[in-house]
Ligand binder design. Structure first.
Ligand code: SF4
Length: 230
């Protein structure tokens, strides 16, 4: 598996867990606000990550595999299986573009939780992610999570290129699931012009999250952590 970075112990990425975090290299989207441009553009060297897990394995309960897009990694199922055999819980963070891989991970029972980014209204997906990814695949991935009953959350970053109306539409696409609206924070973005844009205003974030309809539960996420809205 192509890994560019690890964080040995993190208490925030998966609320309620102490996690070893793995960042994979490469992504099939080019979101302008992406905060891991070096991973997306393959500007990092491959890391021998497994030896870094061993010294901390007794101080964590889980591994979060994020990216980049981890579901593009050929050996992801094998790695997840290995982690489960170590007695660890596994969470995947994905952009939802690979429903077939997601389906096999769920069927193999090698993941415990999924965080899926819903980045745009389905009609605007390719334009807003600067990619050729099919929004139908993202729809399928959401359906799979909801049908399987696996622990999951759907998430949206309020990027400066999304209007309030578009956010409300995205929330409807997440009907029935937990949905987390995250703040945008400038600094080190994939599209450097986003670094001069304003950070999402907390009150606006909270107000919009409280008005949307569709999701079963709504939270907001800022630098201070998660906050349940309803
Ligand atoms: S934010 Fe977009 S470009 Fe960056 S890793 Fe996630 S899906 Fe890929």
């Amino acid at each position: 598996m192509e890994v560019g970075k690890v964080v040995p112990q993190d208490f925030h990425i998966w609320e309620g867990h102490a996690s070893f975090v793995i960042f994979t290299i490469g992504c099939n989207m080019q979101c302008p606000y992406c905060f891991v441009p070096d991973l997306v553009r393959h500007r990092v060297s491959k890391l021998d990550w497994f030896p870094k897990l061993r010294p901390v394995i007794h101080s964590i309960d889980s591994v979060v595999i994020t990216g980049g897009e981890p579901l593009m990694q050929k050996y992801l199922p094998v790695v997840c299986k290995k982690l489960k055999l170590e007695g660890l819980k596994v969470r995947i963070e994905t952009n939802g573009s690979k429903p077939d891989v997601l389906k096999s991970l769920i069927r193999m029972k090698v993941i415990d939780s999924v965080a899926l980014d819903v980045k745009a209204p389905f009609g605007d997906y390719q334009a807003l992610t600067n990619s050729q990814v099919s929004p139908e695949n993202v729809k399928k991935s959401i359906g799979l999570l909801q049908e399987s009953g696996i622990e999951h959350e759907l998430r949206t970053t309020w990027s400066p290129n999304l209007t309030e109306e578009q956010i409300a539409e995205i929330a409807k696409q997440c009907s029935g699931s937990t949905w987390v609206l995250q703040e945008f924070k400038p600094g080190g973005c994939l599209d450097a012009s986003y670094d001069s844009k304003e950070q999402t205003n907390y009150e606006k974030l909270k107000s919009l999250a409280s008005r949307v309809t569709g999701p079963a539960r709504v939270l907001i996420k800022t630098g201070k952590g998660e906050e349940l809205i309803r």
